[in-house]
Design a protein around this ligand. Sequence first.
Ligand SMILES: NC(=O)C1=CN([C@@H]2O[C@H](COP(=O)(O)OP(=O)(O)OC[C@H]3O[C@@H](n4cnc5c(N)ncnc54)[C@H](O)[C@@H]3O)[C@@H](O)[C@H]2O)C=CC1
Ligand SMILES: O=C(O)[C@H]1O[C@H](OP(=O)(O)OP(=O)(O)OC[C@H]2O[C@@H](n3ccc(=O)[nH]c3=O)[C@H](O)[C@@H]2O)[C@H](O)[C@@H](O)[C@@H]1O
Length: 444
Amino acid sequence: MKITIAGTGYVGLVTGVCLADIGHIVTCYDIDEQKVQKMRQGISPIYEPGLEDLMKKNIEEARLFFTTDPQTAYEDADVIYIAVGTPENEDGSANLTYVEETALAISRYVIKDVIVVIKSTVPVGTNDRIQALIDKHKSPEIRVAVVSNPEFLREGSAIYDMFHGDRIVIGANDEYAASVIEEINKPFGIPIIKTDRRSAEMIKYAANAFLATKISFINEIANICEKVGANIDDVAYGIGQDKRIGPHFLKAGIGYGGSCFPKDTKALVQLAGNVQHKFDLLESVINVNNKQRLLLYTKAKEMFGALAGKKAAVLGLAFKPNTDDIREAASIVLIDKLLEEQVDITVYDPVAMENAKKILNDSVQYARSAVDAINGKDMVFIVTEWEEIKNIPLSTYVEKMKEPIIFDGRNCYSWQEAKSYPVTYISIGRGQAGEAQPLFSKHK
Ligand SMILES: NC(=O)C1=CN([C@@H]2O[C@H](COP(=O)(O)OP(=O)(O)OC[C@H]3O[C@@H](n4cnc5c(N)ncnc54)[C@H](O)[C@@H]3O)[C@@H](O)[C@H]2O)C=CC1
Ligand SMILES: O=C(O)[C@H]1O[C@H](OP(=O)(O)OP(=O)(O)OC[C@H]2O[C@@H](n3ccc(=O)[nH]c3=O)[C@H](O)[C@@H]2O)[C@H](O)[C@@H](O)[C@@H]1O
């Protein structure tokens, strides 16, 4: 099967590489010349564990190709995946410009029957609209079937997720097109759910909205725990043992970020609004998250009053560990607030520093290591729970800071451990070290 992937970002590149790895001939197409040049040499433009090795292997085995030429990309393909970005518009709705541009380019260049798969996250009804758009612009003798196949991978474990996902969703109005996409995906050995296009589109938004809801819920419980002297680690563990609730996505922290939950929750609120449904629950989830992202700043403000002139280190810039992605990262929200207060900021992240520089420029200092960042600071904010950051011994804070004050937004240390060091340790949902806390907490 000859497959083309349009858009080689976090989703497109991983999809292309993994489809090549299960035996398909894949051409990845992108408008970004620089990216394509890198990828041709087997260099991944993004940090994603395992991706570069798999890229190199499939380039060498002549199953994976890259191009910036739309004609080469589209004219000869049996199946074309659209994996371009769908960022948010100012009003929160999804911006479909890139998807539409791709659809028009496909209409222009295809010369044989083809299946177009929309992998990008798009509002319900978009697959129908793209089908109509392509039908209007393509040559009349060519048949194009549009199929929805939303993606559920997580950044940082994208390759693992492609081979071990919980399900693959195929939404089609055409039995034959659905069966072709099913065949393509069979080697992954993941359960396949077939449905109509609109339901497939809704499954994607509902899944992300539900996961975001779990996070805001546990964050609210954490905020209450702090006030009533309970420990969120034990509470999350305790509720997670109920199979109906499940143990995943109950990690309290400073809110969800990334390129998808923030934009997809807003897009679903918009989508509901378009059909006169006010999605009160999801609006609250978003509001809770917006507040949660300011929590460390609020706590620092409560502790210090004025922050001007203080020296702070921010550890972790990526929106989560194992990625270089800083889109909608909690770090940026926190840093903006600290800069408003004229705090002198030093940042460190194992891989996201280059991306962060594009946004933060010279408003902060960039440390070469976490320990360098901590050295001589009045306070440290832990924002991303990289292994490297979690593994910093608390004794290092004691050695490197005059008066160690740690605001830990990801509960990297156990309550017991923090209590045994001369540090002021403020975390999420566990009160402040030194206050009365549960004696039996075993769960970090
Ligand atoms: N990042 C993630 O973890 C996930 C993202 N998604 C969805 O997948 C879609 C893509 O997301 P990302 O991979 O994060 O985007 P991204 O922003 O990393 O990459 C998009 C790529 O598309 C390229 N592009 C733009 N216009 C193009 C065109 N006309 N033709 C060819 N290429 C073009 C860009 O140059 C860029 O390389 C979005 O709809 C997103 O919501 C879904 C699941 C997971
Ligand atoms: O549509 C998407 O783009 C993807 O969005 C998320 O994946 P991702 O954004 O890569 O990362 P997650 O691991 O879901 O984390 C998202 C955010 O939630 C936060 N989070 C996650 C889990 C948790 O228990 N607590 C918590 O605060 C993380 O720190 C992070 O900021 C979903 O997990 C994927 O299934 C989906 O495909």
